[in-house]
Design a protein around this ligand. Sequence first.
Ligand SMILES: Nc1ncnc2c1ncn2[C@@H]1O[C@H](COP(=O)(O)OP(=O)(O)O)[C@@H](O)[C@H]1O
Ligand SMILES: [Mg+2]
Length: 304
Amino acid sequence: MNNQSTMVLPRRLGAEKKPPDSKRDSATPSRGNTRLVPKDDRRTVGQKTVDNPRMRCEHVNVYYNYGEKKAINDITLDIGRNEVIAMIGPSGCGKSTFLRTLNRMNDTIDGCRVEGRITLDGKNIYDRDVDVVPLRAQVGMVFQKPNPFPKSIYDNVAYGAKIHGLVQNKTETDELVETSLKRAGLWNEVKDRLEQPGTGLSGGQQQRLCIARTIAVGPEVILMDEPCSALDPIATAIIEDLIDELVKDYSIAIVTHSMQQASRISQRTAYFHMGDLIEIGTTNQIFMNPLHQLTHDYITGRFG
Ligand SMILES: Nc1ncnc2c1ncn2[C@@H]1O[C@H](COP(=O)(O)OP(=O)(O)O)[C@@H](O)[C@H]1O
Ligand SMILES: [Mg+2]
């Protein structure tokens, strides 16, 4: 884990809202009078549900290798509308696995089985009648390493929309490419070279191109799996600002290994540990006043 022994006050949350006891030394997560939940108690601490969720996960288990290995253990968690929910925890704790259950990307892994119920706007996405192709447009995904298609910038954005039948002619496609690139904060940098290959852009631009491609097919939820870990600090800051904009229109679930990033961009944070969801709460609470010993140890750099 990164050597992060001091806590950083969430940039945006901190600016808007002072922690309950702002006189207390913010370098030490406070426990107040609450006793921390002991390490061996693996029941989720905190509010798992929200009113009117975009997605609702109930008792989700995930197994690999045809049942030999259990990677996710009875997780119940809602994804709210217009929220950024950050998923943190030590490497191998199941963050990516859980994220992939939200758009059935685990279906593509041989020997992987998902149990439980996951709904999008009330509809179980694991029902037999659900077609995963439109599902993955509704719940889009951005990966750690930017992966533009070996096509032009224009075609990278237009491709999915054409396949999904969202555009009928050149004018509509031009419009969609422009609005998607604008929303991804990339338009001004590429508008004069739309015919050039997407792979020729810088890493940060490629990641925004992948976000534009995701936006173009009209998602409700955007999943991001460590989307900045291959980017430099400036490109990272641009993506973080973009996430702040996108949350006005979408629900965003983001896996990050950077606690600073989680504190800057998310409203809620979920802490995972060895396949369990240990704690879920507002980002402010998780970082300033964790309730579980394991969360406390992780955010103070004692574990990982
Ligand atoms: N395709 C796979 N096949 C078998 N085991 C896997 C596979 N992907 C992940 N795992 C295992 O599942 C656990 C959770 O992994 P992962 O979700 O990638 O964790 P994280 O994203 O938190 O690092 C780990 O023990 C990992 O080795
Ligand atoms: Mg991962």
